[in-house]
Design a protein around this ligand. Structure first.
Ligand code: DGY
Length: 319
């Protein structure tokens, strides 16, 4: 009997067609995201799962699926999966590192520039018809903060953090970084997290969300940030205390933020960050280019095919 694999979304790229050579493939066709109840039902009797970061693969779900032998997520982050529950069953978890590095670094920089130079606020000002002779170019008109020549603090110096640092070099920025392992990279000054927060004009987050990093930027650490600093988060919302960040932005202690990720996604309409004009927001689009998403889908399928063949996944979180 053919093995069965469930895929929680239609995937871009070509490799998905390969998957059906190795198993029966059932793809969730929507509309929208699959619910937890539907996921559980669809996965019943399946050998494998190809999922997205929007699917919660928790201990209860894993326990309810005795036939499941692997999970492959089309994401680099795996905070939506209970990795320990999979490992306890000897179940490999695949992910998609590498291919989204440059694209996500571009997003971080886009948000940094947009937040510092008030691009979204200015766009809305023009579209709303507010650009009138009474309210036009003046010495203090839409003044923002210089990115060029500023000090950038990178929290988490993995591949994406390093790609952001490369961009910062082109902007003549001084680059500081904090990394749990104190990784040394030429041209980047390795400092403690507190020192980074005290000295940086811009702070960009690039750590994975784990038990160690949840709430890493809490009220106390936000209070350490340099007055007028800009925070950029393209990593995960759960790393930051959103209420504390919103207060610091509302009071003007921090000048702006560029936020692509939220603790709850999709973000609730009453999230305090959404009502602040000095916050540029995006709906978790860090890796959203046609090419990168196709590469991520291809890697997710490669991981699944390897598992179906009884081979090691090319990108396994829990080898
Ligand atoms: C990931 O893959 O974890 C990213 O957040 C997707 O943009």
């Amino acid at each position: 009997m053919n093995k069965k694999v469930f895929v929680t979304h239609q995937l871009p790229g070509d490799r998905i067609h390969e998957l059906s050579r190795f198993c029966d493939v059932n793809v969730w066709m929507g509309p929208g995201l699959i619910s937890a109840a539907n996921l559980r039902e669809e996965l019943s009797g399946c050998d494998g799962l190809v999922c997205m970061l929007t699917d919660r693969i928790d201990r209860d779900l894993v326990a309810a699926l005795p036939e499941l032998t692997f999970v492959s997520s089309m994401s680099v982050g795996v905070d939506h999966v209970d990795v320990a529950a999979l490992s306890a069953r000897g179940m490999p978890l695949g992910h998609t590192p590498g291919v989204l590095v440059e694209t996500t670094a571009d997003t971080a920089f886009a948000l940094m520039l947009a937040a510092a130079r008030r691009v979204v606020e200015a766009d809305q000002f023009v579209r709303r018809g507010n650009w009138t002779p009474e309210n036009a170019w003046a010495p203090d008109f839409f003044t923002g903060k210089d990115v060029s020549g500023g000090t950038l603090g990178i929290v988490g110096l993995g591949e994406i953090g390093q790609a952001v640092a490369r961009r910062a070099a082109g902007f003549g920025m001084e680059v500081l970084a904090w990394n749990r392992t104190r990784r040394e990279v030429p041209g980047i000054e390795s400092v403690s997290l507190d020192e980074l927060l005290l000295r940086s004009d811009f702070v960009s987050l690039h750590v994975a969300l784990t038990d160690d990093t949840r709430g890493l930027l809490d009220a106390e650490r936000i209070a350490l940030m340099k007055p007028g600093a800009v925070l950029v988060n393209t990593a995960r919302g759960g790393i930051v205390d959103e209420e504390a960040l919103a207060s610091a932005l509302a009071s003007g202690r921090l000048s702006a933020a560029g936020i692509d990720v939220f603790e709850q996604e999709p973000v609730a309409a009453d999230n305090p960050l959404l009502s602040l004009p000095n916050v540029v927001v995006a709906p978790h689009i860090g890796s959203a280019t046609f090419i990168t998403r196709a590469k991520m889908a291809d890697l997710a399928v490669d991981n699944a095919i390897a598992a179906l063949k009884g081979q090691e996944m090319p990108h396994c979180v829990n080898p």
